[in-house]
Write a protein that binds this ligand. Sequence first.
Ligand code: GLU
Length: 282
Amino acid sequence: MRNTKPLGLAAMAAAAALTLTACGGGEEQAGGGETGGSGESVRIGIKYDQPGLGFRDGDEYTGFDVDVATYVANELGYSEDQIEWVESPSANRENMLANDQVDMIFATYSITDERDQTVDFAGPYFVAGQDLLVRAEDNSIQGPADLEGKNLCSVTGSTSAQRVKEDQPGANLVEQPGYADCLTALESGQVDAVTTDDIILAGLAATDANQGKFKVVGNTFSEERYGVGLPQGSDQCEAVNEAITKMIDEGAWEEAVTANTEGADYSFNEELNPPEMEPCGE
Ligand code: GLU
């Protein structure tokens, strides 16, 4: 359905053409995509290993982030085959935007003041909450206060790791590049819990391979407002916010949440979702 090999080549050709344009002085196009879809591609950073949010299986890209990104890209004038998906692990997101490796990021990317120093955010398009995942038979961990002396896994560069470092210094935190790596450590007993946003944990726990092995504790301790990461100084924020608002108003947002959390033991926080867009440039 999505990126096939020939499209990948087309995208590379488009990128080469853009480079030439940039050399010729057409600086504005160097970012790879302009509102209005001029026949070029748009490079969108997503996760590849978070089922239900951003997930790659061969040439198929699925999940809520992928659906919101596709909707927004369409509104900006890009058809589905003009989207070039790029893997954006948690620790690399700011750099990927700053180094012009992607045009936008939809990767469970929480809006924070610290990140806002180096990137711009549109949105938020979803609000999740940090939670804990434990082995199905473990009743000893009911919330962050029970983490004292426990081995805990989270991901480098995430708000999840940062928060437990600050608030639960008594936990032994192990950092991995992605949450799927943390689940391996949880299953083998190397760690006692995995922490990140509830929706990510629910998606990982619901895969066929993980059925019955883990449970989400269900005691959230943060608000994670998922923003659309944009390069600092981008002029796309307003257009992205309008697109998200349209997606919500049309009902496509709710459909996407429902479809992508089907089978997972998850219901979104209705007090916080769907969220209001924050003003751009603040
Ligand atoms: N939403 C959190 C963050 O942006 C955790 C999930 C992630 O690592 O993507 O850091």
